[in-house]
Design a protein around this ligand. Structure first.
Ligand SMILES: [Mg+2]
Length: 200
């Protein structure tokens, strides 16, 4: 095989971002969440955002998660609009799956890869990029079915790529009982490892 299939597989999947169990992520030791924008938080064409997504983000912030939007969107104004609305920093023109924007986001959030979750709707950008960084990766179902034509092509390839692993149960739904694989488990526990603070 020319590529490592594992790099394209999300650790978990879920229907919508607002259904991701934040308490569970916290219990597992994660402290930061990198969010895709278009078709993950909002429909790619509009500037509307649902109350459910807003509430989920507020909850994440109140639980102490550090959030950052990392978007491949070329329009700074669009990404900044949601950044301001949700009070989350952003990186735009990210060129995911390249690592650079994710590294920039880690700097903004002052965090480390093994305590970071990336949430997105695309295998070839969000999941591949997140896996390359060593983040926990959660794939969501795209908010909007109508998409840019290149994305439609990618969707077909995603389906082909994920259908086998899905049938084998290799992409579980993230819920309140989810466990991380050893290589994605945060190395230090936030709650009882204050002695390690400042070493990263
Ligand atoms: Mg997207």
């Amino acid at each position: 095989m020319l590529f490592n299939l594992k790099m394209f597989l999300p650790d978990f999947s879920i229907d919508r971002v607002e259904n991701i169990n934040l308490e569970r992520l916290k219990t597992l030791g994660f402290e930061s969440i990198i969010l895709d924008l278009d078709n993950t938080l909002v429909s790619w064409k509009t500037k509307a955002i649902t109350e459910a997504v807003k509430d989920w983000i507020k909850k994440a912030q109140s639980l102490g998660f550090k959030l950052c939007i990392v978007s491949n969107c070329l329009l700074r104004g669009r990404v900044k609009f949601f950044s301001d609305l949700l009070n989350i920093p952003f990186v735009f023109r990210a060129i995911k799956p390249r690592k650079k924007a994710f590294i920039d986001a880690l700097k903004i959030l002052d965090t480390v890869p093994d305590k970071t979750v990336v949430i997105g709707d695309q295998v070839f950008t969000d999941v591949l990029g997140g896996n390359r960084m060593g983040f926990l990766t959660i794939l969501v179902v795209p908010v909007d079915k109508r998409e840019f034509y290149i994305t439609i092509l990618q969707r077909t390839m995603e389906k082909i790529l994920l259908s086998g692993p899905r049938k084998k149960g290799l992409i579980p739904v993230f819920d309140e009982t989810s466990e991380c694989s050893v290589d994605k488990r945060p190395k230090t526990n936030l709650t009882n490892d204050s002695t390690n603070e400042g070493k990263k």
